[in-house]
Design a protein around this ligand. Structure first.
Ligand SMILES: Cc1cc2nc3c(=O)[nH]c(=O)nc-3n(C[C@H](O)[C@H](O)[C@H](O)COP(=O)(O)OP(=O)(O)OC[C@H]3O[C@@H](n4cnc5c(N)ncnc54)[C@H](O)[C@@H]3O)c2cc1C
Ligand code: SF4
Ligand code: SF4
Length: 1013
């Protein structure tokens, strides 16, 4: 399609002088250090309060403000920072996506933020099956580059589209398919690394003989590499037996240093790889700048079966025998998660297929060379673990006799097509979001969330954990990677109380004892960090603890690299994000309804820091968070904003959240797309938070002329229409754009919407009302003439009426309702929006009671009536309006109104870009359904926000951000095979008019109207 324009240089808001954002705020910390590093590096150096606060948390329960943050652009930058810090005794913390769950990605150190700039693929060698990439590339982007070669980086952490290669090495990461692939360490061939003194070196394979030779040469005066070789050589010779004895025999163990791998490779290959020793070292040994990794072929075929059980312990008992069938993954979900899934629109249908009384499920996946082979593997499994069940394929003769274990499974749901497999996987992965949407003080905290024990010990281990949690009067749900024995257990606790912290400590100790008893590890996935470092001493014993410290000292003599972790002195009850001293003061009285969010505070504290909002458009999809995707700045992510808001309200920041600098730097770039409300696992609703806080800012500081103008867009458009075509002609005059930019701050780059003198209402009046008599119609609908439809896009209104009438609906356009209040709401003018809402509800509710439905043409208006009115008014009439208002396609689709309607032949293939507000309320699929019913071939784009976001994109200082966001959409449209794009949002259509090459695209309803026979 002719949408091949790309964001220009100027569209990076950081380089746009009129945008004036520097993503910083507050005082500069340690100015001399800041200046020294700024003079030495090419990348960004930020020591301001805002940046330090942004990097003070990860996805864990901990919070520790760093000294400052450097986002290096090159190895030279990294060397310069480490060298300078080493000379001055300043700690350094390498960091990737900050998705760590144990607190190892926060520290009082200079943070080296690799994700921001050092994220390129250096080379791919498909013949050798290898790739070299910089430490800051996300696993998903790396795999995107490998996909054309049929290859992949095999470890597949669930958050691989947000987390990066350096972080995968730091935590020795893996994912659901570790049964097949093991952990990251198995794929590291070479690492370029910067040592604690700033030496830049390359670690790779070296024979044990050569290592011993180098060790012999090393003495007291040797450089760091010499000392490292000496320490490693000694450990190999003297500690191998202790390592064999104390390291658990598990596929997944990431506690402590990776010494078992060292010993194993020395024995098996006569070689060691110091790069693999960095795996799981949590940034405490060296800083990886790039890595060469080996690759695996993408599997040809996969198949999934969901086995059901009446009891979690039965499911646990079945894991070991299932493993005999060589599955690629075995994943558990317990009753808590199944119950929650049953309540979601997305998974209710899958849960309804499970037999009554199902308590738990095991999802078992097989990789195979062909679909037939995959089906046969499932048939063999079922013949063994659920005899009598008729699988799709016939089992191999004798294939079902593998184990002689008792039968525990009750039923099995097989999945062979991609959609069904994806749905089962999605339900398993939805566990975390469902758990983390609690808005109260009790939360499911990670601190024992990734223990591992051998699969054969799972039943007794889980029974003992349940008893332990009962003893502490709390509970957790069990889900995750049962195959390799890794369970995600997140007890429900209130860490704002001393009792909660003490309970956390007691459970942590109790579970460590159980893990040791059951020959497991305190961390099978997420690492030691602040939460678990202390347990390494108990797990491995004093001798290996001393070995860890010796190794650490050899690599990092002054203990400056991420100190405190793995073998350090972190106390898990300190530096918690919430503790008994925590206080919260919003500083103002919120005006929206926050009842369902456990109050305004509940929403402010909802973000748990997982970084789900820092994925990229092409690898993560969905909407959240468009401003991060466009700028890749932490401050422009939902997490960044949520962290800053909480910090401003819990006293960590000196600012009030409604101070000018805070509003400008932190909140102003949130475009209110509501993407986070749906896509964030916890449902953080930043658009609503922003509206509330900026409203308070307006109360204190007053409103700008431009804000008033946009909030009163109805009046402006009505005047424009009255004076059309003169108004259109005036807007086209040379210099008009520059004048608008100078006087009211509307970007001169923008084309403003044109005006029609003959409005939609005029057309409706002229035709004498509806062509379907009220008495002949099953339904009657009030079609709302919003200002854009009425004065600028009357054809959309006309198409709506035609289609509704073709569907036999009696239509009327109410005079009393025009503006929905959306423009005022999006400018955070909540009193104005409330007043409009009150008037509209007063006009609509009585009509609804008379049997009328309400239909909005503009998606953001539909959502205003359906969602935001409830927040603004919270009364029964607002509920009545919310329940009975529809977007036009939603109305047609959900009531199947087009079922009897005839359509002519339609040849055009359409790409559909849904409006972000409708995506947030999961209503954007209706338009796709309606267009398909009208005969179109539709490609529904997994697109985000268009970047116009009401008036946002018109504002001069926001133009570049708006353009950068639009660039992501334009790229997706360009990649679609469709011939024409359609978009229901007026803002989206004008954005595409500005950045596409096919003019303004139509509203879907116009295409449906055009297809009417
Ligand atoms: C929702 C969710 C799901 C998750 N699922 C999984 C999963 O399936 N499997 C899994 O293993 N983990 C999982 N994790 C944990 C985490 O995402 C992974 O461990 C991830 O690989 C960390 O990568 P990161 O880029 O976020 O690293 P960070 O958190 O930024 O850093 C991780 C560690 O690596 C060190 N490090 C970072 N960069 C470098 C470098 N360049 N050189 C040296 N050290 C460095 C850091 O100092 C830190 O100690 C999950 C986390 C969340 C929130
Ligand atoms: S806003 Fe949501 S997705 Fe982003 S870090 Fe917070 S909880 Fe995770
Ligand atoms: S409303 Fe949109 S722009 Fe704002 S934080 Fe949420 S996803 Fe990001």
């Amino acid at each position: 399609m002719a949408y091949d324009s790309r964001p220009t240089e100027r569209s990076d808001p950081a380089t746009d002088p009129s945008a004036n954002y520097d993503y910083r705020g507050g005082a500069e910390h340690r100015p001399a250090l800041d200046a020294a590093l700024t003079a030495r590096v090419d990348g960004d150096v930020r020591f301001d309060t805002y940046t330090r606060e942004l990097f003070a948390t990860d996805a864990s329960a901990y919070e520790q403000r760093p000294i400052g943050v450097v986002s290096p652009r090159s190895v030279e930058d990294v060397v310069a920072v480490v060298e300078y810090c080493a000379e001055h005794g300043i700690p350094v913390l390498p960091r990737g996506g900050g998705t760590s769950l144990a607190g190892q990605a926060v520290n009082e150190a200079v943070v080296l933020d690799f994700k921001r700039h050092m994220d390129s693929v250096v080379s791919v060698d498909p013949e050798e099956g290898r790739a070299k990439a910089e430490a800051g590339i996300t696993i998903a982007r790396l795999n995107d580059r490998l996909d054309p070669h049929g290859l992949k980086f095999a470890p597949d952490p669930a958050w691989g589209d947000k987390s990066v290669l350096g972080g995968a090495i730091g935590n020795n990461t893996t994912g659901a398919h570790s049964l097949k692939y093991g952990k990251t360490d198995a794929y590291i061939e070479e690492c370029e690394a910067v040592l604690a003194d700033g030496t830049h070196t390359t670690f790779g394979w070296v024979s044990v003989d050569e290592l011993q030779r180098r060790a012999r040469e090393a003495d007291e005066d040797s450089d760091l590499e010499g000392r490292i070789h000496a320490a490693v050589a000694r450990i190999l010779v003297e500690d191998a037996e202790e390592i064999d004895e104390k390291y658990p025999d598990l596929k997944r163990n990431v506690s402590g240093y990776n010494l078992d791998e060292l010993v194993d490779t020395a024995r098996e290959r006569g070689e060691v790889n110091l790069a693999r020793l960095l795996a799981g070292s949590e940034g405490t040994l060296a800083i990886v700048t790039s890595a060469t990794v080996s690759l695996e072929p993408v599997p040809q075929s996969t198949a999934v079966v969901l086995l059901t059980y009446d009891d979690i312990l039965d499911a646990m008992r079945d894991v070991a025998p299932i493993l005999d069938h060589d599955p690629a993954a075995v994943e558990v979900m317990d009753d808590t998660l199944l119950d929650l899934a049953a309540d979601t629109a997305e998974f209710a249908d899958v849960v309804s297929l499970l037999p009554e009384g199902t308590d738990s499920t095991l999802l078992v996946e097989f990789y195979a060379d062909s679909p037939a082979d995959a089906e046969r593997k499932i048939a063999d499994l079922l013949a063994d673990r659920l005899p009598g069940h008729e699988a799709r394929a016939t089992p191999t003769e004798g294939g079902g006799d593998v184990t002689a274990e008792p039968i525990h499974a009750v039923d099995a749901l097989e999945a062979y097509d991609d959609d069904r497999q994806a749905k089962f996987w999605k339900m398993r992965k939805a566990g975390l979001p469902i758990l983390l949407s609690r808005t109260g003080d009790d939360k499911h905290w990670p601190f024992v969330e990734d223990t591992a024990v051998p699969a054969r010990n799972l039943p007794e281990y889980v029974a003992d954990i349940q008893a332990l949690l009962d003893e502490h009067d709390t509970f957790a749900s069990y889900y995750a990677h049962a195959g390799p024995g890794v369970l995600h257990i997140r007890p429900l606790l209130n860490l704002k109380s001393q009792t909660g912290i003490e309970t956390m400590e007691a459970i942590s100790e109790g579970i460590t004892d159980l893990v040791i008893e059951y020959e497991g590890s305190v961390s099978g996935e997420h690492g030691d960090g602040r939460a678990r470092t202390q347990w390494n001493r108990k797990l491995y014993g004093e001798d290996l603890w001393a070995t860890f410290r010796e190794l650490k000292t050899a690599f990092d003599p002054d203990w400056l690299l991420n100190p405190g972790n793995v073998c350090g002195d972190h106390d898990p009850t300190e530096t918690l994000r919430y503790d008994a001293e925590y206080t919260f003061d919003a500083g103002f009285e919120p005006t929206l309804n926050w009842d369902t969010e456990n109050g305004f505070q509940g929403m402010v504290e909802l973000c748990h820091g997982c970084a789900g909002c820092t994925g990229h458009q092409e690898t993560t999809g969905g909407v959240m968070c468009p401003t991060y995707r466009a700028s890749e700045e932490e401050l422009t992510s939902t997490r960044g904003r949520a962290n800053m808001l909480r910090s401003a309200m819990d006293g960590d920041l000196p600012d009030e959240p409604f101070d000018e600098e805070f509003v400008t730097e932190v909140l102003d770039l949130c475009i209110g797309c509501k993407g986070c409300k749906k896509d964030c696992p916890s449902g953080v609703d930043m658009a609503k938070l922003k509206a509330e806080v900026v409203h308070e800012h307006h109360q204190r500081e007053g409103l700008s002329l431009r804000d008033r103008l946009f909030a009163n867009v109805e009046t402006v458009l009505s005047l424009g229409s009255t004076f059309a075509p003169v108004s259109n002609w005036l807007m086209d005059l040379p210099g008009a754009g520059r004048l608008a930019e100078r006087t009211v701050g509307i970007s001169s780059e923008r084309t403003l919407p044109g005006f029609h003198r003959a409005t939609f209402r005029d057309w409706m009046d002229e035709r004498g009302g509806s062509r379907v008599a009220e008495g002949d119609a099953d339904r009657k609908a009030l079609v709302l003439a919003d200002p854009y439809t009425d004065y600028s896009h009357p054809d959309v209104g006309k198409a709506t009426v035609r289609v509704l009438e073709a569907a036999g609906v009696h239509v009327s356009v109410p005079d009393a309702v025009t503006d929905s209040g959306r423009p005022a709401f999006s400018k955070s003018m909540l009193d104005h929006a409330r007043e409009t809402a009150r008037e509209n509800v007063a006009a609509l509710a009585p009509r609804i009671r008379e049997g009328w439905d309400v239909v909005a043409v503009e998606p953001s208006d539909a959502v205003m009536y359906q969602l935001d009115y409830r927040d603004l008014l919270s009364n029964d009439d607002a509920d009545t309006v919310a329940t009975n208002t529809y977007g036009v396609c939603e109305y047609l689709d959900s009531h199947r109104l087009l079922d009897g309607v005839e359509f002519g032949a339609t040849e055009r293939a359409l790409a559909y870009h849904g409006h972000c507000h409708q995506k947030a309320t999961t209503k954007d699929h209706h338009a796709v359904g309606v267009l398909r019913q009208a005969g179109y071939d539709v490609d529904p784009l997994d697109s985000g926000c268009c970047g116009m976001a009401g008036s946002f994109g018109y504002e001069a200082e926001h133009y570049s951000m708006s353009e950068a966001i639009a660039g992501l959409l334009v790229e997706q449209i360009g990649d679609s095979a469709a011939q024409q794009v359609v978009a229901p949002g007026a803002s989206c259509r004008s954005q595409l008019d500005d950045f596409g090459e096919d003019g303004e695209p139509p509203h879907p309803i116009e295409m449906v109207a055009a297809a009417l026979a």
